[in-house]
Ligand binder design. Structure first.
Ligand code: ZN
Length: 200
């Protein structure tokens, strides 16, 4: 991926959130690199800055944007959703999966019919989680104005059912597990997010 001269990616480098090693992505593909947003967002100062940048990007995407609520999928989207809401002067709520795996609002969270909302996530890979949140909100009668993420790992291709913007768009280097040069070298593979990941 191209990690040159981007202030957002500089933050990932500074905080050790740009991991190099051998990773099994959620898609099942292997990759020599991984961006761990939680390691940037653990610093409230950086989280606030990224939230402000993403709020600006959403306003550029939808001129006159007036969102009453920011909705994020838990857990990954909660911190950045909160900070985007701070910058937009909106409230921040989040969805969770019910035991059947369906994305729903819990904890007494709700949206009004025709309420203006934006959906915010940390990373979009296939766009699946964001799309599920969009569908949950549309089913509740909300108006979904836009969606945003810090990182887009889809190379810009993910479709989420709403206009979408990201601070950084990447095409991640990936290998099928049966044609992975790192596997061929016998490098142990880690699943980022579930275990401590090796950092070069
Ligand atoms: Zn591999």
């Amino acid at each position: 991926m191209n990690l040159l001269t981007n202030p957002v990616l500089d933050l990932f480098h500074e905080t050790g959130a740009y991991l190099r090693g051998h990773f099994r992505l959620t898609s099942g593909l292997h990759s020599p690199e991984y961006l761990q947003c939680a390691l940037v967002l653990q610093h409230p100062r950086h989280a606030e800055q990224l939230g402000s940048l993403l709020a600006s990007a959403l306003r550029s995407l939808v001129p006159g944007l007036e969102a009453k609520t920011v909705v994020s999928p838990a857990l990954g989207g909660v911190v950045i959703g909160h900070e985007v809401a701070r910058a937009l002067g909106a409230r921040a709520i989040f969805t969770e999966r019910d035991p059947a795996g369906k994305m729903i609002l819990r904890r007494g969270f709700s949206v009004e019919p025709a309420e203006s909302v934006v959906v915010v996530e940390d990373v979009v890979t296939t766009g699946g989680s964001t799309r599920e949140v969009v569908e949950c909100l549309l089913a509740a009668g909300a108006r979904v104005l836009a969606a945003g993420s810090i990182i887009d790992r889809s190379g810009g291709h993910a479709e989420v059912g709403a206009p979408r913007v990201s601070l950084v768009t990447l095409t991640v280097v990936t290998y099928p597990p049966d044609h992975c040069p790192l596997c061929e070298q016998g490098v142990p593979v880690a699943k980022p997010g579930s275990r401590p990941a090796p950092v070069a």
